[in-house]
Write a protein that binds this ligand. Structure first.
Ligand code: ATP
Length: 303
């Protein structure tokens, strides 16, 4: 199988600090690869290596069959990217910024109208607003517009959801998924938000302290992430006894009325738990599912 992005044993050492330690991963055509890690994990360093912005200490990055280094000409006409916070000319308007970018990319005015990408990224209201006056979220949208305007086959995005509000996060997620599904665009996207990325990505790599700890399909990851059922009941002690007797794993027993149960992933199990408690005259008055967050999942896999 040939991959669109191939990273082999990528290591980057700054002075004595190892920012990346033998990272290897592959991304297939049309796949959305979510690259997940906490602050300082090594996401931007990996992305900069993929774009030929830094020299790796060792290892090889190949994008679209071309080995990437700062000295070689990469397949940049096929790549759209957003690295760290989006760059723009603050004194120029959104439209002017994109117009400059269109010319730099050598795109014909008719072939790819600037207004089309402005509308797609919901920047229409801000068309004539100076980039320097945009909110962080809208600046990020402008960065994404630049990354997508030339209809690249590969998108490499460093935390595109940065600064976006919940509606913006959903909109960007939908745009990315549409590009991958409809246009077979290969997307490498970094994030520190597990829940968000698990909704978008087909495959997820988890990086921590420069090392790739996991490289799994989102389906596999979903199975590995713990989900807890939180119930509130009035007769808590009775309810705990009943649940334990039936073999359920109670993971916390705080002083309030809540009971936290591990392993109640399916609707069927949750129904069984509620039925059991109702039948024993200890009905829950509140029921909620929570998913473990990135930090606790990390702590678990690091251990
Ligand atoms: P964030 O989510 O905070 O942007 P990240 O996962 O993108 O984090 P990187 O920016 O790749 O992390 O940084 C990885 C590590 O390498 C960090 O500890 C960072 O301080 C260090 N680092 C990055 N660039 C340099 C540099 N030019 N010189 C020295 N250390 C660096």
């Amino acid at each position: 199988m040939s991959f669109v992005i191939e990273i082999e044993n990528l290591t980057k050492i700054y002075g004595k600090f190892k920012a990346l330690d033998a990272v290897s991963l592959n991304v297939k055509k049309g796949e959305i690869y979510g690259f997940l890690g906490l602050n300082g994990a090594g996401k931007t360093t990996t992305i900069k290596s993929m774009l030929g912005l830094i020299w790796p200490t060792s290892g090889i990055v190949t994008v679209n069959g071309k080995i990437i280094t700062p000295k070689k000409q990469g397949p940049w006409e096929k790549v759209g990217c957003l690295v760290e916070t989006a760059n723009s000319y603050p004194e120029l308007t959104v439209r002017e910024n994109l117009e400059i970018f269109r010319r730099l990319r050598g795109l014909k005015r008719k072939a790819e109208p600037v207004m089309k990408i402005i509308n797609k990224l919901k920047l229409t209201r801000y068309t004539e607003k100076k980039a320097g006056e945009l909110s962080l979220g809208n600046l990020q949208r402008l960065g994404l517009a630049k990354a997508m305007m030339h209809k690249p086959e590969i998108l490499i995005l460093d935390e595109p959801a940065n600064g976006l509000d919940p509606v913006g996060i959903v909109e960007i997620r939908e745009i990315l998924m549409e590009l991958a599904r409809n246009d077979n665009v290969t997307i490498f996207v970094s994030s520190h938000h597990l829940e968000e990325i698990s909704k978008t990505a087909d495959r997820i790599g988890i990086i921590h302290d420069g090392r790739l700890l996991k490289d799994v399909s989102s389906y596999e990851l979903e199975k590995k992430i713990k989900k807890y059922l939180i119930l509130k009941v009035n007769k808590k002690n009775n309810a705990v006894k009943i649940l334990k007797k039936s073999g359920y794993e109670i993971i916390s027993n705080k002083d309030d009325n809540s009971i936290i149960i591990n392993g109640a992933k399916s609707t069927k199990i949750r129904e069984e738990i509620v039925k059991l408690l109702v039948n024993m005259q200890t009905p829950p008055y509140e029921i909620k599912m929570v998913q473990e967050d990135l930090e606790s999942y990390f702590l678990r896999i690091i251990k």
